[in-house]
Design a protein around this ligand. Structure first.
Ligand code: G3P
Length: 221
């Protein structure tokens, strides 16, 4: 199974609207057979990004377990899928939800639709693993947006999450994130047992996006 490089566009000015399209095209160019590259974009940009970079896997940053009808302002899953969403993250450190939200969302989504539940620590990863999401991404909140990668600052959280999740459900794959910036961080993540990385600022704030993306991908070779 290919390791993942998942880039969360958040609401960075460099990764919304026309810039989201530009970044998605750069990710599409950097993709190789060795990597599963995923762009996690604003709901507003799903359709345009999918149209502009059709071979790139595109996920939503959040979804709500609501049906069709009287649900003003919520991110309705069928609507997201129609707009091009091919997966979603949920419970990101910047958009926390309770575990019932994750459970109800999983029940509502099609079986093959990947869902990546984010966890702040091993304990939360352990709880989420019981629900059986496709992926769990462990990201210590204090390292998010910083200069030191979780793989350097706290490698134990990665390996301990891998062990904890494997003990609950070996089908759930673990990603790690926070401060991931380069190919070396990606390589270390995989050595620690992760199935890939979830990152944002290392790409969205990069001066030379193509160089950063190719270095990240090189970490998997
Ligand atoms: O979703 C990824 C994110 O929270 C990590 O952000 O900027 O530390 O790569 P960053």
């Amino acid at each position: 199974m290919q390791p993942l490089i998942v880039v969360n566009f958040k609401t960075y000015s460099t990764a919304m609207g026309q810039k989201a399209i530009k970044l998605a095209r750069a990710m599409e160019r950097a993709s190789t057979n060795n990597v599963r590259m995923v762009a996690v974009v604003s709901a507003f940009d799903l359709f345009a990004v999918k149209q502009a970079a059709p071979t790139l896997e595109v996920w939503s940053q959040h979804l709500d377990p609501v049906g069709q009808g009287s649900f003003t302002g919520w991110l309705q899953p069928d609507n997201a899928i129609e707009q091009g969403a091919q997966g979603t993250i949920i419970n990101h450190a910047e958009h926390k939800v309770d575990i019932t939200h994750v459970k109800n969302l999983m029940q509502q989504l099609p079986n093959e639709f990947p869902i990546c539940a984010c966890a702040a620590d091993v304990h939360e990863a352990h709880q989420l693993a019981g629900l059986g999401p496709t992926f769990i991404a462990v990201e210590p909140p204090e390292l998010i947006g910083g200069d030191i990668s979780v793989t350097t600052a706290d490698p134990a959280i990665v390996s301990e999450t891998v062990d904890a999740v494997r003990g609950i459900n070996p089908n759930v794959r673990v990603l790690c994130g926070a401060g991931v910036k380069d190919g070396n961080d990606v390589r270390t993540a995989v050595q620690l047992g992760a199935h890939g990385v979830l990152l944002a600022s290392g790409v969205t704030k990069a001066e030379d996006i193509d160089a950063v993306l190719s270095d990240l991908v090189a970490g998997l070779e």
